[in-house]
Design a protein around this ligand. Structure first.
Ligand code: FES
Length: 171
């Protein structure tokens, strides 16, 4: 399924991209791909359509496939619309040993969604991702730019409630 996205390469976004590009040699624009993709995604409701990835390729003067390769490799880039609050549960070994998958199932049940689905109000989704580098603090999840560690059902309940009340900063 192809999702439609309104593309807005605003002056503000282009200024941010140009600032990022200024850190790299003019003939090595590709080196700025990760920060540029983050900036573009942040300005487009946290996801990147094919059309938007093509735009990034044009700016970086690379082939579109080189952008697709990066976007499809990293879980921090989204290729379809996402919920406002996307609970990204680590499902790798250390978190799994400490029942991370059970907590992910608990969260899905509580929100009435399956993994990868978005609640009808567009507020929540639950996804499993690979190790997020906080292995000593599992089970854990990422929400926006922030980590929530040593999770319990009670912590999940509080986090969901705080999101509903707009008390959670994502960035
Ligand atoms: S195994 Fe979960 S953060 Fe590394």
């Amino acid at each position: 399924m192809e999702y439609k996205q309104i593309i807005n390469m605003s002056d503000e976004l282009m200024a941010r991209i140009n600032e990022l590009l200024s850190h790299y040699p003019a003939d090595k624009k590709k080196s700025a791909m990760l920060p540029v993709l983050h900036a573009v995604q942040d300005a487009h409701d946290n996801w990147l359509s094919l059309e938007l990835m093509d735009k990034v390729a044009e700016i970086l003067e690379v082939k579109p496939i080189e952008v697709y390769e990066v976007v499809t490799f990293y879980s921090m880039f989204n290729q379809k619309p996402v919920a406002k609050y996307m609970f990204e549960f680590c499902r790798t070994a250390c978190c799994a040993i400490r029942k991370g998958e059970d907590l992910m199932d608990y969260t899905c049940q509580k929100l009435g969604v399956k993994q990868g689905e978005i609640t009808p109000d567009g507020m929540f989704s639950v996804v499993g991702v690979e190790c997020l580098g906080a292995c000593g603090f599992g089970p854990m999840l990422q929400l926006g730019d922030n980590y929530h560690e040593n999770l319990t059902k009670e912590k999940i309940d509080t986090l969901i409630e705080d999101c509903k009340q707009g008390k959670v900063n994502l960035y």
